[in-house]
Design a protein around this ligand. Structure first.
Ligand SMILES: [Zn+2]
Length: 62
């Protein structure tokens, strides 16, 4: 499924989103990503990045 690029910094696919300090949702999602990477599940890593970007676009727009 093609994804439309958005003119938004956090959606840059070349940069992994990092957790926003103090946000438990970011922390949880970034831990999921760490766990996925540690077990070599790169499709789950990618999913976690998508979820983290989506969450940050909704919750941390500046
Ligand atoms: Zn967050």
């Amino acid at each position: 499924m093609p994804q439309k690029p958005q003119a938004y910094r956090l959606t840059d696919p070349t940069v992994e989103p990092s957790a926003v300090p103090g946000c438990s949702e970011c922390l949880s999602l970034s831990l999921n990503r760490q766990n996925a990477r540690s077990r070599g599940d790169y499709s789950a890593v990618s999913d976690a990045n998508v979820m983290l970007r989506r969450h940050q676009a909704e919750a941390h727009t500046s």
